[in-house]
Design a protein around this ligand. Sequence first.
Ligand code: GDP
Length: 467
Amino acid sequence: MKAIVAIVGRPNTGKSTLFNRFVGHRRAIESDIPGTTRDRVFGEVSFENIPALLVDTGGLMFGKDEKGQSEESIEANVQEQSHIAISEADLILYVLDVRTEMTVDDFRAADTLRKSGKKVILVVNKCDNPHFEDMKYGFFELGFGEPVAVTALHSFGVDELCEIVAKELKCMGFKAEVQGDEAGVGAGTSKRRIKIAFLGRPNTGKSTMINGILGKKMLVVSDVPGTTRDSSNIDFEYGGRAFTLVDTAGIRRSGTVESGIEKFSVLRSIEAVSEVDVCVLLIDSEEGVTNQDCHISEYVLEEKKGLILAVNKMDLFRTEDSDSEKKVEERQHQLIHELGDKMAYVPWTPVVFTSGKRRTNLIPVLDNAIEVFDARNMQVDPSSLALWLDRATEKHQPTQGKDKKAPKVFSVIQDGTEPPTFVFKCNDPKTIHFTYQRYLENSLREAFGFTGTGIHLVFKGPKREDD
Ligand code: GDP
């Protein structure tokens, strides 16, 4: 299991900056894509090779619509975030601003954190000069031992903090990953097991859907020697293909009623993302698309995994009267519209309207998972790719930049799968405007598919040594 490390603290202490320092180099989403500019909340990081899910609690938002939130509810939100961090995290980074006097609230928060019994590392931020660094000792009073002084903005102290976190995680039993051990095993072998995870906010119906899927078809091969059925992996077969369902802690405890704050947390649910090929994100059809749903989908995208959206509990729109069908259809249209609006950055994702409870449309979820998996492993034949490029560039030439240098794309090769990666040789990569890159991506998708998976486009100049 991966460690969960949460960053908590008052607004403006620099939580997000610290978060970005740790995960920044993994930034995968271009900010010019509509809908992807909001702050990230989850990031996969490694502290000296110990894998962890880092959570910026300041970015978590709850409720159906944060736009209408008042100041108080923002404050309440911060409270809630800290509580979630306390209940879910293995280690907490409690961030304070060295230039701000400690208040009663800081002591109160410290008390709550202490009572949680979780390991807390006190991080004193904005220590831009040695004078500030000395001031960190004032924070001893909070009772978490020696504070770690950092300047998140300039990365000062961040390496040391990383070492300290790694040491603590090691003491808790989290292990460092051996570099390059499993990475890429089986890549390109499309008939290997499809690893799948069901994600979503609590109560969206994950357990019910999993039970529906496993109960209905389906051959759970757990008793067969050599297959696994431990607490987190369930092997089954469907459509001639082998699946492993990577379950997150407790997801299958159907019927457990989560209470209070825990019911808002999605941390354990998304923990499985790095292990799987395809994620099925459940969205509650009654509530519509929430910010948390968007955060999760962005995380899946950043991790370059396949994505399927299951809009669940559609049975709620079925009634006894004669216009039941019409109501269902109307709701579906509304939801499609909402998805197009709020998740515009994943227009290529399959959407399935389901009811886990009634076991409706569960098979299409698996059919889509197969399709997405195969798309991620698709190797386009080189001559078809060359032909496609000829046609695409003939139809639409890259536009000339201000410096009058005419951009030219000469050739393309597929350089990898999971996700499919294409390397374009051109006269000058800098001159290929992002709108043209977008055009090429859309055209590639039109020509070859790639349902439910991100594709990666790389532009290189003609004379690179690493070519
Ligand atoms: P999880 O927290 O995402 O695993 O959600 P659960 O599977 O535990 O379901 C939460 C609640 O929603 C339970 O009361 C379920 O009976 C209910 N539920 C789950 N799926 C559906 C569905 O398709 N339709 C309706 N109407 N209710 C559902």
